[in-house]
Each structure stands twice: as C-alpha cells, then as structure tokens.
Design a protein around this ligand. Sequence first.
Ligand code: COA
Length: 165
Amino acid sequence: MKILIYPGTFDPFTKGHVDIARRAAGICDKLYIAILTNSSKNTTFSVDERVEMANKSLAGIKKVEVEAFDGLLVDYFKLKKACAVVRGLRSESDFRYEAEIAAANKLLLPEFESILLPCRMDLAFTSSTIVKEVASYGGNVSGMVASDIVDMITTKLAGKKKTNN
Ligand code: COA
C-alpha cells in the first residue's frame, strides 16, 4: 500500500493546498493530511478548527484522512509507514525552503523521501497569510479557499483590521 503524507500548518487550508492534496491522492492508496500542532507559527486558528477546515475543503476526495500531529515529521512518517511526504512548490524560494527540510529529514531518517509538486500557476501566489490579510479587511476570500470554509474564516477575522476611511 502506497501511503503519502501532506504535512503543514494549514492556517487555514487554501485552494492551493486542495490542489496539491487532490493530485497527491491520485498517485497513492492513502493520503494523510498531517496538521502540525506544535507549529513555530503563532496560528490564528486552533488545531481543531484547522482540522475541520481541511476536512471541509477536501470533502469528496477519496483516500484522504486528516489528522493532527506534533513532534518530528520523521516520527510521524515511521508511524504511518509512509513512502514519501508531499509538498507544494510555488516559487524558487519555496524550492530552497523545501530542499532544506527534505535534506534535514533525510539525514534524520535515510528512508525518508520527498515529492515536490509544482503548484497550479493561478494559485502560485496564494498563501494562508494572504487569505487572513484579505479576510481581516473584510475582503472576499472565496477565490482562495473552499466555499465551505469561507464563513469560518470571515467570522473569525472580520473587523480585525479597519481602514482609516
Ligand atoms: N498553496 C498555497 N499556499 C501554500 C502552498 C500551496 N500549494 N504551499 C505552501 N503554501 C504556503 C502556506 O499557505 C504557508 O503560508 P504562510 O506562511 O502564509 O502561513 C506556507 O506556504 C508554508 O506553510 P505550510 O505549507 O503550512 O508548511 P509549514 O512551513 O508551516 O510546515 C512542515 C512545514 C510541517 C513540513 C515542517 O514545519 C515540519 O515538518 N515540522 C515538524 C517538525 C519537524 O520535523 N522539524 C524538522 C524538519 S526540518
């Protein structure tokens, strides 16, 4: 059984993440979406909210299971008996960052493999930070995240920033 892991903070899950997850699910028997609980990032959404948003965003995609994890990715990799970790590549700077993570994980666990999938070009400039920035000004994020999670995001962030007008 070919098992892949797609790890991240997913604060929140974006359409770019959905695209990578859908394509990864197409090349494996089982895909774990691993939501990092001990992220060094100061997250806006709780881990339960991030799991809920990932589940809603991925509804209907078979073979996918969303789980929270903490600790080292290599330990989760061993626990799941995975054959590779999938990450999305949006730009050259993503490549450097991903190459560093991949190399560190390979040192920690020689059987660790990374699959880097290039992002869809129209989603290449989306990030969780941009989604939160737009939502905090009351902007429309429906082009960036799945329709089923728009309300959760806008409810949490609406009015966080006000314009001077
Ligand atoms: N579409 C949209 N946005 C994307 C994207 C895509 N396809 N791919 C990446 N991004 C964005 C995310 O939205 C996020 O944006 P933000 O910075 O504005 O929040 C950013 O790129 C990267 O976040 P994410 O993909 O969630 O990963 P991460 O960097 O938060 O986490 C882990 C990376 C989970 C793989 C890494 O931290 C990890 O393995 N941690 C566990 C501890 C460990 O083992 N450490 C040793 C590893 S060296």
